[in-house]
Design a protein around this ligand. Sequence first.
Ligand code: NAD
Length: 321
Amino acid sequence: MFIVPEHEISGLITAADCVAVVEQVFAAMARGSATNFPVIREAIGHADALYGFKSGFDRENLALGVKAGGFWPQNMARGLPNHQSSIFLFNADTGQLRAVVGGNLLTALRTAAASSVSIKHLARPDARVIGMIGAGHQSTFQLRAALDQRPFEKVLGWNIDLRDLHRLAAIAAEKGLPFEAVDLDRMGAEAEVIITVTSSFAPILQAAQVRPGTHLACMGTDTKGKQEVEAALLARATVFTDEVAQSTSIGEAQHAIRQGLIRADQITEIGAVLNGAHPGRTAADQITLFDGTGVALQDLAVASAVVERAVARGIAIEVTF
Ligand code: NAD
């Protein structure tokens, strides 16, 4: 078996590579040939930690495995990232452990790839202003990957704590783009693409603040109870997701479903757009909303790509197990 340590990941895969890999696995999910298994997430009653497993199997690429890890809120004080995860890949023919891969950077990259894929396929081609709601760890990855998808000319940012907006301003500056901190009315009035990536448990952006034609990628809601946009916005929008089962239970759509504003059969897996089974955006004034909940198959797909490259370059550590 092989070990690919966390510190090697950044040299093995780029944001653009992750977009291609995530597109492939979303398409496989929509074809019914890749399946995510039920997610386990538990408060362990120690160190305030949330610990869990996300697992799945992609029959097209024989990617079988599990991401284990979670959230340790006291890690920051120890100089460690709060989110900690490792990805385990198994030989689909024999069940033998094939690889252990550092999962921290890969989680950030595969999550950024998901919103980037949604912008690529659902945003208006003429979108030039992007708005970011949230300025935490994940926001910089989301923004950097999004900026590759359209020739954006301006970045707008909103965060509950204005002091964190420097992170977004730095990414905009890196790309030579102007950055402006705005209120939510201006964000909705000016941005043609909006990414939400907060850990909020109450709606931040209201339906009336969003103008026709906007594409939203809602990435922060990955747990029961979290919410970033008013549920009525999902009724106004054409809703897409990575996986319908997660969208309606732990994703942004959970609230609109519970309130009877939309039905599960009105939510489309983005893989269907990639496969040509769904037209995606059909009008310039349509609001499209991608509910990105984060699925195991994304983790397994990027980890498989990393192992392949690490082995080819002689970086993977081989262990007899
Ligand atoms: P972080 O803790 O670094 O940042 C959290 C962000 O949310 C900050 O901008 C913070 O100011 C903001 N925030 C916190 N409480 C808020 C509130 N009550 N109202 C408005 N904003 C608030 O976390 P992160 O690593 O950037 O992750 C952000 C979110 O994305 C988390 O909810 C995380 O679970 C989720 N996430 C989703 C996926 C996925 O695949 N969909 C993957 C990774 C992370």
